[in-house]
Design a protein around this ligand. Structure first.
Ligand code: HEM
Length: 401
C-alpha cells in the first residue's frame, strides 16, 4: 500500500451515537473526532462514515446528487418511511417544498403567533401556583405539540395522542421493545392521517391538510401516498425537535445565572440567545445521506453505496468555524450554525421553531424568573438516534398567580 493509499484508507473509530456511552457525553467524542479523525469510519450499524467538521458537513448537505436522502436519513434505519420531503431527492424535493412553503412564510407564522403565546400561557398557568413543575412534560412538550396540531388542522387538545408515540420513537433504542411498541403506535397515527385526508376531501376546511389535498403541481394533484407523506412530515418534524431545543435552553439558563439575568434585564437579547443556544446544543444531532457515486471527503475515498453521517451538532462545535465553540456567547456574530441543516433540505420550520422558543423563554423568564432545575433529577434519553434533548426537567420557583 503506497503512502497516498494509506491516507485514503478508512480510519476506524469507536463511534455509536445509539449507545448510552455516547449519550452520556457526545461533546467529548466530537472534540476527539475534530482533533484526531474528522472523516472517520465506524463499523456500528453496518458501517458508516462520520463527518464532524463544519466544511465537510455543509459540503455533503449541499450536494444532493452525490448524497441522497432516499430511502432514509437515519442510521440505523428506524423503519419510518414516506416522510416527504425529508426522504426525497431532486427534482421531487423542490416540488414538495413548493407545496409546503406557504405554511412557513413569515406572514403565516405571524398569524399563528398569538396561538403559540396562548398555549404557553395556558401551560404556565397550570403550574405557576404550585411553585414546582416539570418544564419538559408541562411546557416544552405540550406547546410544540399543540402548535403542530393547530398548524396542520388537527385538534390541539389531542396533542398527547401524537406526542407520546413520536417521543417513544425518538428516544427508544434500535431493536428494543419500546421501539417495537412505538412503531405499532405510529401505525395508528398513520390511520388518523389517512382518515383525516379523506374527511378533508369531503368536507374542506381552512387548514394545511385541505390546502395540500387541493394543491396542484404542474396541473396534477398529489397522490394519496404523497399526501400522506407530506402531512406525516408536518406532524413529525416539529414535536421532538422543538421540545428538545427548549429543554436544552432552559437547562442552560438554570445553570448560568448571569446569562439568565441578562435576558431578564434585556428581553430584546432573547432571539440572539436562542440562536446561540441552538448552536451550542443542536437538538437534531445529525442526519445521514446515502452515497450515489464514488467520491472523496477530506482525502478519504467514499464509495457508492456507503452511508455518511453528517453531525450538525459536531459541525456547530468545530473550532475552525466558531471561535471558542464550547462557550455560549449571546453576542456571537455571525452565527451560521447548522442546526436547521443547509442546502436543498434546509428546515422549512426554522422560523416557526425560533418563534416557539422565543415565546416560551420570554414567558418563563417573565413569570417564573427564579426557576431552579434540580440537576440531579434531569433525565435525557440513553440513545441519540436523531434527537438530543432532555425528557424531564423538575424545577422549583416562587409560586404566583
Ligand atoms: C428546533 C427545532 C427544529 C430543528 C432543530 C429542526 C432541524 C431540521 C433539520 C436539521 C432539517 C434538515 C434535514 C436534512 O437535511 O435532511 C429539517 C428539515 C425539516 N424540518 Fe425541521 N427542525 C426543527 C423544527 C421544525 C418544525 C417546528 C417544523 C414544522 C413542521 C419543521 C419542519 C421541517 C421540514 C418539513 C423539513 C424537511 C425539509 C426538506 O426535507 O426539504 N422543523 N429540520
Amino acid at each position: 500500500m503506497g503512502k497516498g493509499d494509506r491516507k485514503k484508507a478508512k480510519l476506524e473509530v469507536d463511534f455509536d451515537h445509539n449507545s448510552a456511552k455516547f449519550a452520556a457525553d457526545p461533546w467529548s467524542k466530537y472534540s476527539e473526532l475534530h482533533e484526531k479523525c474528522p472523516v472517520a469510519y465506524t463499523k456500528a450499524h453496518g458501517g458508516f462514515w462520520v463527518l464532524s467538521k463544519y466544511a465537510d458537513v455543509a459540503r455533503v448537505a449541499r450536494d444532493d446528487i452525490t448524497f441522497s436522502s432516499v430511502p432514509t436519513v437515519v442510521i440505523p434505519d428506524n423503519g419510518v418511511y414516506n416522510l416527504i420531503p425529508l426522504q426525497s431527492d431532486p427534482p421531487d424535493v423542490q416540488r414538495y417544498r413548493a407545496a409546503l412553503l406557504p405554511f412557513f412564510r413569515p406572514k403565516a407564522i405571524k398569524a399563528l403567533t398569538p396561538k403559540i403565546r396562548a398555549f404557553t400561557v395556558q401551560c404556565i398557568n397550570n403550574f405557576i401556583g404550585r411553585g414546582q413543575c416539570d418544564l419538559v412534560t408541562e411546557l416544552a412538550n405540550p406547546v410544540p405539540s399543540m402548535t403542530a396540531l393547530e398548524f396542520i388542522g388537527l385538534d390541539p387538545a389531542n396533542w398527547h395522542d401524537f406526542a407520546g408515540p413520536l417521543h417513544q420513537m425518538s428516544y427508544s433504542a434500535d431493536g428494543s421493545k419500546a421501539r417495537e411498541k412505538a412503531l405499532e403506535d405510529l401505525t395508528n397515527l398513520d390511520e388518523v392521517i389517512t382518515s383525516t385526508i379523506r374527511k378533508r376531501r369531503r368536507h374542506p376546511k381552512n387548514d394545511a391538510i385541505t390546502s395540500l389535498v387541493n394543491y396542484k403541481a404542474g396541473g396534477a394533484v398529489f397522490s394519496d401516498d404523497e399526501l400522506h407523506g407530506l402531512v406525516k412530515m408536518l406532524l413529525f418534524a416539529g414535536l421532538d425537535t422543538t421540545m428538545a431545543a427548549v429543554s436544552n435552553a432552559l437547562l442552560y439558563l438554570s445553570e448560568h445565572l448571569d446569562d439568565r439575568q441578562r435576558l431578564i434585564d434585556e428581553p430584546k437579547l432573547i432571539p440572539t440567545a436562542v440562536e446561540e443556544l441552538l448552536r451550542y446544543e443542536a437538538p437534531v444531532h445529525a442526519f445521514a445521506r446515502n452515497v450515489t457515486a464514488d467520491t472523496e471527503i477530506g482525502g478519504k475515498c467514499i464509495r457508492k453505496g456507503e452511508k455518511v453521517y453528517m453531525s450538525w451538532a459536531a459541525a456547530n462545535r468545530d473550532p475552525d468555524q466558531f471561535d471558542s465553540p464550547d462557550a455560549v456567547k449571546f453576542n456571537r456574530k455571525p452565527n451560521p450554525h447548522l442546526t436547521f441543516g443547509i442546502g436543498a433540505h434546509h428546515c422549512l420550520g426554522a422560523l416557526l421553531a425560533r418563534v416557539e422558543m422565543r415565546i416560551m423563554l420570554e414567558e418563563v423568564l417573565q413569570r417564573i424568573p427564579d426557576f431552579k432545575i434540580d440537576t440531579e433529577r434531569v433525565r435525557h434519553p440513553q440513545t441519540v438516534t436523531i434527537i438530543w434533548g432532555r425528557t424531564s426537567l423538575p424545577a422549583t420557583f416562587t409560586p404566583s398567580r
